[in-house]
Design a protein around this ligand. Sequence first.
Ligand code: C2E
Ligand code: MG
Ligand code: MG
Ligand code: MG
Length: 286
Amino acid sequence: QAKGAGRNRLCFFDPATQAAMAETTALEADLRQAIDCQQLELFYQAQVDTSGRIVGAEALLRWNHPQRGWVSPARFIPLAEQTGLIAQLGEWVLQQACAQLGLWAREPQLADITLAVNLSAHQFRQKGFLGFMQQLLARSGAPTERLKLELTESALVDNVEQVIALMLALRSLGLRFSLDDFGTGYSSLAYLKRLPLDQLKIDQSFVHDLVKEPNALAIAHAVIQLGDSLGLDVIAEGVETEAQRDALVQQGCHAFQGYLYARPLPLADFEALVRRGTEGSQPPLS
Ligand code: C2E
Ligand code: MG
Ligand code: MG
Ligand code: MG
């Protein structure tokens, strides 16, 4: 396209951009279908305490596409957010999670597991979210205090007063909140102090660099201190090595999630892991 071709020119994209756009459109259509055709599944990744006991899980969405195979949520969640599909997708995830908590409640070995569910900013800001949660919890009979919503700073930055009111209302239902990917966003400390949170989740980028980068260690340390002084739990995500875990323990971190303990697992595998873990001596969790 020549320069100065005028204001009314059509917009042309280079072939690579065009291909990427077509690919996105195709994926979007597939995702729409996947929601209806049960190609989506929740995986569960263990969260453990300092003794290695499983105290919770994070529900992570998985999409097994009939042709493409596994599509990463890092790819389809942003797409769902752009297209508005996240509303439907997010409701489905919460329904699954609550149904699961209801079932776990009946089994002593699983009854104490707290289930963390990721919530996108769109979902959280959607009108009617509070009503949806109220109905869902009432209908599913899930033990409300076992459900934890993971929010990122992006969900919390606008309309502070409104966000706080919504969080308080959800909390009065028994729900808890974790601030995911903490340290990668922009929330000020003054603001953080006002949010009715229960947990901070140290972002995996800091955990990754913990052992070799003094700055990452300093940040992890600061987050743990901050959690302590605000009365919040702190969990580290992306813990892959003993060295990382030891460094975190030394800084006073009490909860961990990462490949060192377990990958995100299909439901049956996760349940088997918990049942094994609660039988007497602790086997290795990987
Ligand atoms: P997240 O919530 O920060 O989830 C943690 C991600 O780190 C997951 O990636 C998990 O599989 C991965 N992970 C866990 N342990 C380790 C480790 O030791 N090392 C490394 N390198 N990675 C680890 P995943 O499952 O691909 O999900 C990516 C993101 O997609 C999530 O990040 C979350 O933001 C989003 N997501 C996943 N499921 C849902 C969902 O149901 N709803 C919404 N809104 N977002 C979701
Ligand atoms: Mg998360
Ligand atoms: Mg995270
Ligand atoms: Mg993340």
